[in-house]
Structure formats: structure tokens, C-alpha cells
Design a binder for this molecule. Structure first.
Ligand code: ACO
Length: 329
């Protein structure tokens, strides 16, 4: 019998600065009512001026290691999922390896896969544990507040900063077995949700900087909404089938936290009750690739997950990419 592969520990970090809807309506033409009815978001956290992506990631990673009863020395690989990296090159994983004091191990970023990045990284981590490595740190981290356009009301009110992390490994320390992971991509939708400036298509230039192009998130909100509901519910069903389990067996679904209406629509498509779906988008907004590991860690700490529970993670983001995982606690 092969060893069970799964989560050895989890941790998360949210900056202490709270940005409420009232704070936003003092800055731009928006209202608490508009934001709450459209998104369910009441407040979000923004990093302090002296915090960077690395600080957020390291905080979450250290907590995940402590929860697993491990030290950085025990890690064999690091994967960081982020669209808001520490610097352009090299990747955040290199900085994190050094900050944590890990050995000279394999470390890399999964960049550009948007809000699906963390769950996609779980797919890679599972097969890497099977093939070569023993313990892999997987981090989802975003510091979106520093890169977004603070005057674009259609996007800025949606986002927040956070980090979440898990250690994936095998053997006796597994708290939740990764039964199955699935992922998919529809690149024909790549231009529906994108930040172009800085790439080779639209290199960063003085002209771009003058119009603030480096902050321009292009988003067709309606289409993102439609696809997010469809892909997240479909991915959840697919991963359950892969794991040989039934919807009726689900104890908790932890969906990407973009918007309460998207989460509710996914819940109704899956035929689940409210208490079967974890929600914290009201407190943190959309924290990109950090939403799922942050929610997973909070759900564990709040006692929302019991031994024996079947938990499904499902995420969707730019690309479009989507991914889902089935966890047996
Ligand atoms: N405050 C007040 N008014 C606003 C704001 C704001 N913050 N933002 C936009 N509006 C206005 C627009 O200007 C527009 O006005 P107009 O009709 O006079 O032109 C109007 O509100 C738009 O309203 P709707 O189209 O009805 O807005 P909708 O119900 O589609 O909600 C939203 C917009 C919340 C973006 C929705 O489409 C959505 O949630 N989409 C998913 C997008 C998402 O979650 N993106 C996150 C990144 S991707 C991901 O994580 C999956």
C-alpha cells in the first residue's frame, strides 16, 4: 500500500490594516450598499507600507510549518502561487527559500494562473510527492493593493491582501489526505481578465506609466462571473468523481472567495446547504491565490472541519484556469 499523501499543516496571514467599504466610499464614487449587494464584501485587509509579498508569504509559511511540527530544514521543495510577486525576476520562491532558512532545495513560482494558482499548485505538489520529494511547502499569496488602480471603482473595491500556506507530504503526519486534484484551462478567454502592461506585448514605458497602464486590470466582470460559477461547480463535481465519492458525502466546500453571489450560485448548482460552504469573502475580499489556503486554515482553526470530513476546494481565475481538490480529513 502506498503512503497517504496530503496536508501536514496549514497557516495563514492577513495584514492588520482594515479597509472598510466606508473607507473606499471616502476615496471614490462608491457606496457600502453597492459593494455589499454586488459582492458581499464588507472589508478587506491591506498590507502596511513596509510589508511586501515576501513578508506575507513567510508569515503564513512559518505558521504552516509550526502546525506540521516541522522546521524549514525539513522542506524538500517550495511552490509559491502568486500574481503579485516580490519582484519581476527572480521569483518569490527564491526569496522565501532564503527568508525561511531552507536548504538549497527546488523552489519556483506558479505565476499568472490568477486565483486558481494555489489549487493548481496542489496538483503539482501531489504528483511531486509521489515521484521525488517528501515535503513540499505550497503558498498562495497576493499583495494586490499595491499594484491595482485605486481609482478604478469597478475593480479596486474587490481585492485584498493575504497569504495562506500548507505543507504537503506523506506518512503518519497527514491531517487531510489529498484524494484527487483536477485542473483545466481555456486560453481562448485569456484576454477577458488580464494585466497586460509589463509583458512583451505592451512593455512598460514612460507613456504607459503616465496613463497608469501598469495598474490597468482589464476585466469583463459579467463573463468572469458566469464562467466562475460554471467552472468551479463543474471542477468540484469532477474531482469528487475522480475520488470515487458522492456530493452527499461532502462536509464542506471551500470555494475561491471572489464574490458572495458567485459562491451562492456554486452552492446552489451543487445542491448544498449554506453551512456546507465556507465563506470569509465578507472580511477579506478577493485575495487571489490566497483565498483558498486562507479559508482552509481559518475553517480548521474555527472548528468547522472534523476528523472524517470530506472537504472540497474549488477555484477559478485568470486564464481562464480552474482547479479543484478533494481532501479527506
Ligand atoms: N461602486 C458603484 N458603482 C460601481 C462600482 C462601484 N464600486 N463599480 C462599478 N459600478 C457601476 C458601473 O460603472 C456600472 O454603471 P453603469 O451601469 O452606469 O455603467 C454599474 O455599476 C455596473 O453594474 P452592473 O453591471 O450591474 O454590475 P454587476 O452586477 O455586473 O457587478 C461585478 C459587477 C461585482 C464586478 C460582477 O460582475 C462580478 O462580481 N463579476 C466577477 C468579477 C470578479 O469577481 N472578479 C475578481 C477577479 S476574478 C476572480 O477572482 C474569479
Amino acid at each position: 500500500m502506498t503512503d497517504r499523501i496530503g496536508v501536514l499543516g496549514s497557516g495563514s496571514y492577513t495584514p492588520s490594516r482594515v479597509m472598510t467599504n466606508a473607507d473606499w466610499s471616502a476615496l471614490i464614487d462608491t457606496t457600502d450598499e453597492w459593494i455589499v449587494t454586488r459582492t458581499g464584501i464588507h472589508e478587506r485587509r491591506f498590507a502596511a507600507d513596509d510589508e511586501t509579498t515576501l513578508d506575507l508569504a513567510a508569515n503564513a509559511a512559518e505558521k504552516a510549518l509550526a502546525d506540521a511540527g516541522l522546521t524549514a530544514d525539513d522542506l524538500d521543495e517550495i511552490i509559491v502561487a502568486s500574481d503579485t510577486p516580490e519582484v519581476y525576476t527572480p521569483d518569490t520562491a527564491a526569496y522565501l527559500q532564503h527568508r525561511l532558512g531552507a536548504r538549497e532545495i527546488t523552489a519556483y513560482d506558479l505565476g499568472g494562473s490568477g486565483c486558481a494558482g494555489f489549487v493548481l499548485a496542489l496538483d503539482i505538489a501531489k504528483t511531486r510527492v509521489q515521484a521525488v520529494s517528501k515535503r513540499i511547502l505550497v503558498v498562495g499569496v497576493e499583495l494586490i493593493s499595491r499594484l491595482m488602480n485605486w481609482t478604478d471603482r469597478a475593480t479596486c473595491v474587490l481585492f485584498g491582501d493575504a497569504a495562506g500556506a500548507v505543507v504537503i507530504g506523506s506518512g503518519a503526519g497527514v491531517k487531510a489526505e489529498l484524494l484527487a486534484v483536477t485542473a483545466g484551462t481555456d486560453g481562448s478567454a485569456a484576454d477577458i481578465l488580464t494585466l497586460e502592461t509589463g509583458g512583451t506585448r505592451r512593455p512598460f514605458s514612460l507613456a504607459e506609466a503616465k496613463k497608469g497602464g501598469q495598474h490597468d486590470i482589464v476585466m469583463n466582470g459579467r463573463e468572469v462571473y458566469r464562467q466562475a460559477v460554471h467552472r468551479m461547480s463543474e471542477a468540484a463535481e469532477k474531482v469528487l468523481a475522480q475520488a470515487g465519492r458522492l456530493k452527499e458525502e461532502i462536509a464542506l466546500v471551500i470555494p475561491h472567495q471572489a464574490n458572495l453571489r458567485i459562491i451562492d450560485a456554486v452552492r446552489s448548482k451543487l445542491g448544498l446547504r449554506e453551512e456546507q460552504v465556507y465563506v470569509n469573502v465578507d472580511r477579506y475580499g478577493n485575495t487571489g491565490s490566497a483565498t483558498v489556503p486562507l479559508a482552509l486554515d481559518e475553517a480548521r482553526r474555527e472548528g468547522r472541519i472534523d476528523p472524517g470530513d470530506l472537504v472540497v476546494l474549488t477555484a477559478f481565475g485568470a486564464g481562464f484556469h480552474w482547479a479543484a481538490a478533494a481532501l479527506q480529513f
